[in-house]
Every structure is written in C-alpha cells, then in structure tokens.
Design a protein around this ligand. Structure first.
Ligand SMILES: [Fe+2]
Ligand SMILES: [Fe+2]
Length: 174
C-alpha cells in the first residue's frame, strides 16, 4: 500500500521513463540516417533499457495495489546534427532524470515509505552508471574526434557495447 501522492509521482516517473525511451528511439533513427550504425544500435539498446525502467515502476505500482495511469508521452525534439551534440543532449537528459529520481526518494523518505525508498535505490544506482557511461562517450569523442577516423572507431565501439546491453527490439542489421 502506498499513498495517493506517492502513486501520482510514480505514475509521473513512468511517463518520464517512456519519454526517455521515445527520445532514444528518435536518436537511434537519426543516427542510422547518418550512417552511424553502431551509434544507432547503442541508442536502440538505451530505448529498450528505458522501457524496462518504465515497466519496473508499472510492476511496482500493481504489486502495491495501486493504479497505473498512463498519460501522453511528449514528442522528442528534432535531433541535433553531430554525434557529440546527441550525447551532450543525452547527458543533460539523464541528469534531469537523476534529479527526478532524487526528488522521488526525498518524497518517499518524507512519508516514511520504506518500501518505495528501497524500490527506488535501484534507480539511484542505475543513474550513476548511466551518467558515467555517457560522460565517458563524450570524453572519447572529444579526445579522438567526432568526425572521420575517430568517429568511425567510436561508432564501432558503441555497436559492440550495444550487444552487451539489454536486447534491442529493432536493432539495425549489423
Ligand atoms: Fe531510466
Ligand atoms: Fe536513462
């Protein structure tokens, strides 16, 4: 059993996770159109991960005998040109998600809702890893270049990394 306020906030977070999935789906398509197949596969894997995040919260609400209320998912913005800009937008987005998760934890603690607090700890840890991964990619793009040979190498690395991530529903042909 969770409070109405906690339920509302978790439903809002489901919407944010679905928006994240939508954003990364858009970036995947944009990458593939730019012939960056590894980058496209990486964003498609991120799309799958974000769907998993939404479904974890969906499952938690149902397990807590609470309603799941699905709302409109906003359209993502037009993707920026340039792979560095795409990853900088991704980092900014993940930082905003981290802030949202932290707010959820604050709320759970204010209600002494221990179950939701424990449930959210997985997301706190996940956000550390997500920010670190994207920060690392940005660093490598700056070091080796976001065009030509440097970009080719990093695109290949991202394609290899995508294979170790959550299974993508619609990965491009290798
Ligand atoms: Fe997420
Ligand atoms: Fe994320």
């Amino acid at each position: 059993m969770i409070s109405d306020a906690m339920r509302t906030r978790l439903n809002e977070q489901i919407n944010h996770e679905l928006y994240s999935a939508y954003l990364y789906l858009s970036l995947s398509a944009h990458s593939e159109r730019a012939n960056l197949k590894g980058t496209a596969a990486w964003f498609m894997a991120k799309h799958s991960e974000e769907m998993t995040h939404a479904l974890k919260m969906y499952r938690y609400l149902l397990d807590q005998d609470a309603d799941v209320t699905l709302a409109t998912v906003h359209a993502p913005p037009v993707s920026p040109d340039g792979v560095l800009a795409m990853f900088e937008d991704t980092l900014a987005h993940e930082r905003s998600v981290t802030a949202g998760i932290n707010d959820l934890v604050d709320h759970a603690l204010s209600e002494k809702d221990h179950a939701t607090n424990i449930f959210l700890q997985w997301f706190v840890t996940e956000q550390i890893e997500e920010e670190a991964t994207v920060n690392d990619i940005i660093g490598r793009l700056k070091l080796f270049g976001d065009q030509g040979q440097g970009l080719l190498m990093i695109d290949n690395e991202l394609g290899a990394a995508a294979k170790t991530m959550a299974p993508a529903a619609a990965a491009p042909a290798a």
